[in-house]
Each structure stands twice: as C-alpha cells, then as structure tokens.
Design a binder for this molecule. Structure first.
Ligand code: PHE
Length: 347
C-alpha cells in the first residue's frame, strides 16, 4: 500500500508539472483527489489493514495528499501568471504605430459657389430664404402674370402632380417672389436659392433638375440702374474685375422691362470656336446665358398686395450650375450631377 501511495504521488506530481491550462489542472484535481479519485480509492482499502498499520498508513496518505495539494496550488499560480502574460501580449497596443488616415470630404463644387454667392448677397443686406419644390401653379405661374395657355405651362415642359394642373414641381424659383411679398412689406431684399424642374433633355448646359438663385428687391424708387449695378457687382466679385458680361433685352411676363445677362464663355473666350471646331460649351455663341432679370411687373406687385404706384422693384433668377461652370471652368454641366469622385476631388 505504501508502494501504491508513493506511485500515485510520483505520477501526480509529474502530471501536474505537465499540465498547461487551468482546465487541465481542474481535470487532474478531480482525478487525483476527488471522491472517485485515485487517492480516495486507496484510502478505502484502509479497513483491510491491521490496527497497528492503520495510523502509519493514514499519516503517509495525508502527507501524500498534502503534497499533491501544495503542488496543485503552485501549478495554479504559475499557469495563471502564464495565461495573464499571454493575454497581455495578445492585447498589447503599440501606440507608436502611425494611425490610419481618415479621408476628409469637402463641399460639392456647386455648394462652394452657392456659398460664395450667398455671402456676397448677405453682405449687401439680402435675407436668404427657402421654399417648397412642390408648388401651386398659382405661385409658379398665375400670380406671376403668366397667362393660361403660356407655353411654359405646357405638360411637355412642366411636371404636374394633379389632373387639374394646380400642383407641380416648380419650374423656377420666381414662385418665391410671390411667397415672400405675401408675407413681407417693402422695403425688402430677398435671396432664394433652390432646385427647379423642367422636362428638359440633358446636354452640356441643360438638365431636368437644376438650381436657381432668385433675387428680389422692392422699395421706393428702385430702378433698372440698381438692377444692373447689383448684377455687375456680383459678377465681378465672383469672376474677377475683368469679367465680361452683356445684357440683352428679353421678355418675361412677370418683369417689365426684362433682360437676360450672359457671361463670356470661359472655354472659347467669346470666339465660339475651339481648335477650329464649334465650342461645345456655348454651342458657338461665345456667350453663356446666366440669368433672367427685370423690373417687377406692377401686376405682380398688386397680386401680392403691394401698392405699385408707390413701390417698384427688380428681380433676377440665375442658374447656379452655369455660374459654377464659369467659376470653376467646368465644360459640361452633367459632370456636376454625375458624382464621379475623380471629378469632384479636383475642387
Ligand atoms: N424665372 C426666370 C427663368 O427661370 C428668370 C427670371 C427671374 C427672370 C426673375 C426675371 C426675373 O427663366
């Protein structure tokens, strides 16, 4: 029996030395010291011993048990330390490794130009306002003095929502003139940028959705001279003091007199030709139409409850994409909407 205990001890100490995880240790503990363990099995045979032998064996058995328990504790501590060490090594953070670079976005080129335009007008005292893209035909057409049957009201030009053609996607930001004058009394200065929609085929200078910036000034003694001054000022601020612009007479039902303003084409510099071919940006015109403008028609003032004998005003509506094209030297309007990163990252 003594022999047996000695073997268990030697075997146990070697097995504990070899254990390499807390789970393996626990398994050994059960196997060696548990109720069905090897040591218990030997102790159960104590009954067969003579009374003289029993205390001697008991003592040896206890010593073996104590030794195994001590070894078990020792192994537990050293394995615990190893596990902790391995965990720390695996989770180590090297704070000296350079970080991953986060790519910063930037504004869309068109927004950059919009911001510039807004800043200039805010500096001149204009209030910037926002309005709905889904609009009443009354605000988009009727109250702007655009009669029934006018070609711009045609279903082939305008997106309508209702069978009676009373609600539509606004075709111009001029609807904001009505909304603003309805709620504000002169003197007033308003700027209203926003999206407009027309059933246009897309080409280098057209898109079915584009942006306009509407401007409106109504006060006493406002003249066409004020209108030209504001428009020339803004063009020079944006395109530089040598910016070439021209005014042409035009017709709009809601302004009288009316005009359009063109900017010299930035691609062909007004010649209409590039390398002996017709300039694709201005279609050979040498000029790019930037905006429509004029003196607010008295009928429109009266439609909004403003006394047209006391007040006069001017209005303009400029195409933001075309402004951006000239400002950033973009040759095709479709690039602005394509969202091609190779294009956008140039700005
Ligand atoms: N709304 C006109 C257009 O879209 C532009 C315009 C605005 C003309 C204001 C005169 C006054 O063409």
């Amino acid at each position: 029996m003594k022999q047996q205990l000695e073997e268990i001890k030697l075997h146990a100490l070697a097995a504990l030395d070899a254990a390499d995880s807390p789970a393996a240790l626990e398994e050994l503990r059960v196997k060696l010291l548990g109720k069905k363990g090897e040591l218990t099995a030997v102790l159960k045979q104590m009954g067969k011993l003579s009374p003289e032998e029993r205390p001697v064996m008991g003592q040896i058995a206890n010593a073996v048990r104590a030794e195994i328990e001590a070894k078990l504790e020792e192994c537990k501590a050293s394995i615990g330390a190893k596990v902790l060490e391995a965990k720390l090594a695996a989770e180590a953070i090297d704070v000296t490794i350079p970080g991953e670079e986060v790519e910063m976005g930037h504004q869309h080129p068109m927004n950059m130009v919009l911001q510039e335009v807004k800043d200039i007008f805010v500096g001149m005292g204009y209030t910037v306002v926002d309005g709905p893209e889904v609009e009443y035909a009354a605000n988009n057409f009727t109250r702007l003095n655009i009669e029934e049957g006018h070609p711009s009201r045609d279903r082939s030009d305008t997106f309508y929502f209702t069978d009676d053609d009373s609600i539509l996607l606004r075709t111009q930001t001029s609807s904001m003139q009505i909304r603003f004058m309805e709620n504000n009394q002169p003197p007033l200065c308003m700027l209203a940028p926003g999206r407009v929609f027309r059933k246009d085929e897309a080409d280098a200078t057209h898109s079915p959705m584009f942006h306009q910036i509407e401007g409106l000034v109504v006060a006493e003694d406002i003249t066409m001279g004020n209108l030209k001054d504001v428009l020339i000022t803004i063009m020079q601020r944006i395109y530089g003091h040598d910016a070439q612009v021209r005014f042409r007479p035009h017709h709009f039902p809601f302004t009288e007199p009316s005009c359009e303003m063109d900017m010299q084409c930035h691609k062909c510099h007004g010649t209409g030709e590039v390398d002996g071919k017709v300039c694709s940006t201005c279609h050979g015109e040498g000029w790019i139409e930037l905006l429509g403008a004029g003196m607010v028609h008295p009928v429109v003032l009266e439609n909004c409850g403003i006394d047209s004998t006391k007040y006069s005003g001017f209005a303009f509506g400029m195409g933001l994409e075309r402004m951006a094209m000239g400002r950033l030297r973009i040759n095709d309007l479709r690039l602005i909407f394509d969202n091609d990163m190779r294009f956008l990252n140039q700005f």
